[in-house]
Design a protein around this ligand. Structure first.
Ligand code: HEM
Ligand SMILES: *[C@@H]1O[C@H](CO)[C@@H](O)[C@H](O)[C@H]1NC(C)=O
Length: 666
């Protein structure tokens, strides 16, 4: 009896080993054929098994002789691009390499030239939407679809992203920033001129971004604790805007969105029926959040449809979900017979706007504030520019049309750019070689054929620090660093390309049109057809088309700077995000400065008793710790501080700084 079982087991094992080895050999052969540098790894770095257990294996593998793992282990560690920067690209002597595992072929690139081509040629290199499948759970949407379906979603959703709405968002961002400042200061802070130490900015920057997305996505006015809604507000809006749970709900609308996003992985992994009975707090929270969120969406949809069919003029202000409902149920929509979104797709798109616009913007604000506290020189220059633009004028009077371009062209825009360069929320943009056909691509003057279906990781976070495409100088901040590309230096956005030792050699190549060869393999016969392909940088896929500012500033080589991705699938919310960031930084730094907290080393009395040299030495310790903390950021959904990591800060009224006004501190 035992013998046949054993035999079957052995045969099964043999077959598995055979499949493993033959799959690996096949992929290695394919990798070699691309003509690119390649590395072979024993398991796919994105397989679930590896992702769940790598923390066990990595230290064990590292016990083996270094030569056995040095060449490939780095790529197996999640977020390796942020953690290791240029190191492994330098060691491999390439900007683009291929990985061959038994089950997968992947390409990694930090080449501006390759990134530019892949982001422009949407059909040859579509988005790897399989990775985003889970984000369709509330309905298909613009982020998770491809091809003709995506075009419909993109066309309909992009209608909301216009300059008029950007102006509305500017005003809302100003008002939300004041809510945040009031929360920080209170009457006590107004009197003393300083906040207490804020352990972490994360919670409040998340609230700030959520409140704005509530406005952008749903036309809502969401509140900070202690704020109340205006008395004359529409009772329907009051229901969604309230800080408490309205009848029939167990939490406020804002809480349901925040908690759904926070528990999104749980919600996606477990069906509601399971979550409901699991005896854990996280399960309960996830369940409650989802149930409330769906109920709000349902009711919201019905309200909006009613409002739309009631025939009143659409409400003034930004409201993506309202506009989507208009596009289906509005009077004008009835006359047009273009494709329409169905109800679940309306809800799906509204949800995806909160996913795409919440944590991304919150992190950008969080890191901008921390970087500015860590870099007093940059903070002082930022304040000079803000003073020049607005003087003491009340932010409520700032005019979008008059100010926005100058604001984004100033150090304010440069600081946002610099934060997005160093700590981009989306560190890797995932593409795939079209499954329909192999694709040829020119890299440094040579043509390489990439096999159909291969995944391609555009390593934004590495490209942003790649000295081949960025002008560099020796680092003043980090002695011994090969360049200043790891430093937070907003001034770099005012450098000219040739002023420095930039290896802009690839620039011209990346910017021009290309001739490519598409090789189609059918039944083993390779039929090659040469396709003349122009990279069309100006095609209109909706969203903001203009540049953020004037042409006089440093413009990165196309493909070397992609915090919002690029090309047809680039971020729809780019303009909105830049406008929000411009508003928040200007409002904060017009009247306040931000300093790293030093409580861990000295009390307020001790600091008060210190001379300038001692204060500087103290602040430098805080700067070093902050830099080290930022370096430990990691991604689950976006790049941020995890595991309780935090940078404590204080906000002080201008003129009351203890450290950052010292010109010796840079
Ligand atoms: C600093 C803030 C933001 C950053 C860094 C950012 C970054 C990105 C990136 C990198 C992508 C491309 C993702 C990919 O190809 O896999 C993207 C797509 C998208 N973003 Fe943003 N985003 C930000 C804010 C926003 C905001 C505020 C909104 C909406 C209100 C938004 C809406 C979208 C949408 C709808 C897409 C999908 C576009 C498509 O696939 O056609 N984003 N974003
Ligand atoms: C920020 O980056 C964008 C995109 O590259 C660029 O157009 C803009 O000029 C930059 N802003 C500043 C102030 O340099």
């Amino acid at each position: 009896m035992a013998f046949p079982v054993l035999a079957v087991l052995c045969a099964g094992l043999g077959l598995a080993i055979y499949k493993y080895i033959s799959g690996w050999r096949r992929n290695i052969a394919k990798a070699r054929k691309t003509g690119l540098v390649y590395i072979a790894v024993p398991i796919s770095p994105i397989s679930l098994l590896w992702q769940l257990t790598f923390k066990i294996w990595v230290p064990l593998i590292q016990l083996l002789p270094r030569s056995l793992w040095e060449g490939w282990l780095f790529v197996m560690i999640p977020e390796w691009g942020y953690k290791t920067g240029q190191t492994h690209f330098d060691r491999l002597g390439t900007e683009t390499f291929v990985l061959a595992s038994p089950t997968r072929l992947m390409l990694y690139t930090q080449s501006a030239e390759v990134i530019h081509r892949m982001t422009q040629r949407r059909e040859a290199f579509p988005k790897d939407v399989a990775l985003y499948g889970i984000l369709s759970m509330f309905g298909h949407n613009v982020l998770t679809t491809e091809g003709a379906v995506w075009r419909v979603h993109r066309k309909i959703t992009s209608a909301s992203f216009n300059e008029k709405n950007a102006a509305h968002t500017f005003a809302e961002a100003i008002s939300q920033t004041r809510g945040m400042l009031d929360t920080w200061f209170g009457p006590e802070g107004e009197r003393t001129g300083t906040t207490k130490t804020i352990r972490s900015l994360e919670h409040d920057t998340m609230t700030w971004a959520l409140n704005i997305i509530g406005y952008v996505g749903f036309g809502l006015r969401l509140l900070w604790p202690g704020q109340t809604l205006p008395k004359d507000i529409d009772p329907k809006l009051a229901k969604y805007g309230s800080l408490d749970a309205p009848p029939g709900y167990t939490m406020s609308f804002a809480a349901s969105v925040a908690l759904t996003l926070e528990r999104i992985v749980t919600i996606l992994l477990f069906p509601a029926t399971v979550l409901r009975v699991l005896p854990f707090k996280w399960a309960r929270e996830a369940y409650e959040a989802k149930v409330n969120y769906l109920k709000y969406m349902d009711e919201f949809l019905r309200d909006k449809i009613e409002e739309t069919q009631g025939g009143g003029a659409p409400r003034e202000g930004m409201d993506i979900m309202g506009q989507l409902v208009q596009s289906k149920y509005g009077h004008r929509a009835a006359k047009e017979n273009g494709p329409k979104l169905d109800d679940s797709e309306i809800v799906g798109n509204a949800f995806i706007m909160t996913v795409a616009g919440h944590e991304t913007t919150a992190n950008t604000l969080h890191f901008s504030l921390v970087e500015l506290a860590t870099n007093p020189g940059a903070q002082r220059r930022l304040q000079q520019d803000i003073d020049g633009l607005f003087g003491g004028a009340d932010p409520a009077t700032w005019d979008y049309e008059k100010h926005i371009n100058a604001l984004l062209a100033s150090h304010v825009g440069a600081c946002v750019n610099e934060t997005l360069r160093l700590v981009p929320p989306v560190t890797v943009v995932p593409k795939i070689v079209s499954p329909d056909a192999d694709q040829a691509i020119r890299i440094d003057g040579r043509t390489h054929v990439l096999p159909a279906g291969m995944s391609c990781s555009l390593m934004a976070v590495c490209a942003h620090r790649n000295p081949r495409w960025w002008p560099t100088r020796p680092s003043e901040r980090t002695p011994g660093a090969p360049t200043d590309l790891d430093d937070f230096l907003p001034e770099r956005w005012y450098r000219t390309r040739d002023e420095d030792g930039a290896a802009g050699g690839g620039a011209a190549a990346a910017a021009t049109a290309t001739t490519t060869t598409t090789t189609t393999t059918k039944g083993g016969v390779a039929a090659a057809a040469v396709v003349e392909e122009d990279i069309d940088d100006r095609a209109d896929y909706g969203g903001f088309q203009g540049s953020d500012v004037s042409a006089a500033l440093y413009r990165p080589v196309r493909g070397s700077y992609i915090p919002f991705s690029d090309g047809p699938r680039s971020c729809l919310g780019r303009r909105i995000a830049m406008v929000e960031m411009g508003a928040v930084l200007a409002v904060i730094f017009q009247r306040y400065s931000i300093e790293l907290a030093v409580d861990d080393w000295a009390s307020d009395e001790q600091v008060a008793a210190m001379g300038p040299a001692e204060r500087r030495a103290l602040y430098r310790r805080a700067q070093a710790r902050s830099t080290e903390t930022i370096r430990q950021a990691d991604s689950v959904l976006t790049l941020k501080l995890h595991g309780g990591r935090h940078v404590p800060v204080r906000l002080v009224k201008r003129g009351m700084e203890r450290f950052v006004s010292d010109p010796e501190l840079v």
